[in-house]
Design a protein around this ligand. Sequence first.
Ligand code: AMP
Ligand code: ZN
Length: 114
Amino acid sequence: MSDCLFCKIITGEIPSKKIYEDEDVFAFYDIAPQAPIHFLVVPKTHIAHVMDLKENQVELMGKMLFCAQNIAKDLGLENSGARFVFNCKESAGQTVWHIHLHVLGGRDFEWPPG
Ligand code: AMP
Ligand code: ZN
């Protein structure tokens, strides 16, 4: 999608601190980290948010989560754990409308979130 920030990051039109890329997914560090480790995993195909998911994207979402798990382990979060988050639409505070999985780690988190 031509005016989407994360689509532009995926193509390299906008620079990012890339962690991982394959034919389906792209992972990069969040520009405003909310924890010592904070990265995002996005699908290369433009999907606006969780409410837009289609049945034929189930496997892609699983791949995103598995990719997030692998990176979290590579970054040393396997034992401590991490928070895996999808913000969906206005009430959840979604600001970039290209579906993304936040992974935050390296500190303790409150539950429920604010
Ligand atoms: P959300 O509020 O769930 O839509 O999350 C969007 C996230 O994208 C926020 O955590 C932002 O800090 C992050 N973000 C915005 N612009 C960039 C960028 N250019 N590179 C990396 N992360 C970004
Ligand atoms: Zn997009």
